[in-house]
Design a protein around this ligand. Structure first.
Ligand SMILES: Nc1ncnc2c1ncn2[C@@H]1O[C@H](COP(=O)(O)OP(=O)(O)OP(=O)(O)O)[C@@H](O)[C@H]1O
Ligand SMILES: [Mg+2]
Length: 397
């Protein structure tokens, strides 16, 4: 290394964001340099002359340690532990079906598409598949396609060579390679918009071969692929924004998580689970539990989890009563996303009436009780508004 010494290389590598394992060989084994090298994160600092067997041992140890660090990182990213499959609560027939599917796919390498509204437990399913599969010794790597800017996503997934683009100062291993031997989880795959990226992904999924940006060398990757989405992928396919062939490649086995409101019998067990997980000796009154069972849970299990966590904080008496349970009011829920909240079992008439009532209430509120103004906002005749107000028993105040 003419002009540079090992420490400088090490320092520059770290400054450039590389975390590769570096072993420094040196003629000067003094404490100052040694300490500095180790502070900079050198894996080892070996002074000449040295035994080649020692070097081989250290290289092997470095590889081993990186493997562990990578696994630790993927576990930390997901907050998952190998016991995670036990953490799925709820024995409704719908969830039992989910558990069976997890068991069936775990043993194979089949590609899985996990579907369900936000907060239904998609990530838990992914963890459960990975940690019951034969790939537990290898990493579970998670990529959220919705949260990474489009321009960075390609290099995130496939990696790049040094100089592949401006600012590509170092080679970077992509997530596909990182997941090698393990599981790659593409979260929010329905948000993966760019057509070029979709076709590159198709090839990777189909042939299990990738190329780093700026390189033409194909690299085989041995991965189990799991994708998740809360979107209507079929609609995206029909609209031409999601490749149909990619859709079929990802959708080999589907695991669909039902919304919580369609498996209300799981609510008591979930509530128990979230309470006992906190470790505090707190119980819940039957009427408080009944309220939780009646609610519609637009945010699904995550919302229930949040409601219980809040109740645990404010419950001072060792009991959670209705007073500690704070749900969004019905009106607020309706404001948010009526179409998803309407329970189909209640039928068209009841739902339409509910929606109509809600719209009138909001118009009246906006018009500060002025009925003529409210009728204008709604685009209906004032007399019709009066009728509706009487029908629904609405009082302008
Ligand atoms: N069956 C379950 N048993 C216990 N906890 C659950 C269950 N399902 C979901 N949870 C909890 O609810 C929260 C949301 O779950 P998760 O993150 O898996 O949902 P998601 O479907 O991935 O949501 P999003 O679409 O918003 O990413 C997590 O804290 C999870 O631990
Ligand atoms: Mg998720």
């Amino acid at each position: 290394m003419p002009g540079l010494d090992g420490l400088t290389v090490l320092r520059r590598a770290r400054e450039g964001g590389s975390d590769c394992a570096l072993i420094v060989m040196t003629a000067f084994g003094d404490s100052e340099k040694t300490i500095e090298a180790m502070k900079l994160g050198a894996f080892d600092y070996i002074s000449k002359p040295f035994d080649f067997k020692l070097l081989v041992t250290q290289v092997n140890r470095a590889i081993e340690q990186r493997k562990l660090a990578r696994e630790l990182r993927s576990i930390q990213n997901g907050g998952a532990a190998p016991t995670i499959s036990k953490a799925m609560v709820g024995n409704s027939p719908a969830m039992q079906h989910v558990y069976k599917l997890i068991g069936q796919v775990a043993a194979s390498n089949v590609t899985v598409l996990v579907r369900g509204e936000s907060g239904t437990g998609k990530e838990l399913v992914v963890n459960a598949i990975h940690y019951t599969s034969g790939r537990t010794e290898r990493p579970l790597v998670k990529v959220n396609c919705a949260s990474i800017p489009e321009t960075l996503l390609e290099s995130e997934l496939f990696g790049h060579e040094k100089g592949a683009f401006t600012n590509a100062l170092y080679r970077r291993i992509g997530r596909f390679e990182e997941a090698s031997g393990g599981t790659l989880f593409l979260d929010e795959v329905g948000d993966l918009a760019p057509a070029a990226l979709q076709s590159k992904l198709l090839r990777a999924v189909q042939e299990r071969v990738i190329e780093r940006l700026g390189s033409n060398t194909p690299i085989s990757v041995d991965i189990r692929l799991i994708a998740a989405t809360s979107r209507d992928l079929e609609a995206a396919v029909n609209a031409g924004s999601f490749r149909e062939d990619l859709y079929y490649r990802l959708n080999v086995v589907t695991i669909a998580l039902p919304p919580l409101r369609e498996r209300r019998q799981d609510i008591p067990a979930l509530v128990q689970h979230f309470i006992s997980r906190s470790g505090s000796p707190i119980s819940i009154t039957p009427s408080a539990l009944a309220r939780l069972c009646d609610y519609r849970w637009p945010g699904n299990v995550r919302e229930l989890e949040n409601v219980i966590e809040r109740a645990l904080v404010v419950a001072r008496t060792g009991v959670i009563t209705e007073g500690e349970i704070q749900l969004k009011t019905r009106a607020e829920q309706v404001d948010k996303k009526w179409t998803e909240l309407a329970p189909i079992e209640e039928g068209l008439k009841t739902n339409m009436a509910d929606l109509e009532k809600n719209l009138i209430e909001r118009a009246l509120r906006q018009a500060q009780g002025n009925k003529t103004r409210a009728a204008e906002i709604l685009g209906i005749h004032r007399r019709l508004l009066y009728e509706k107000i009487r029908e629904y028993g609405l009082e302008p105040d």
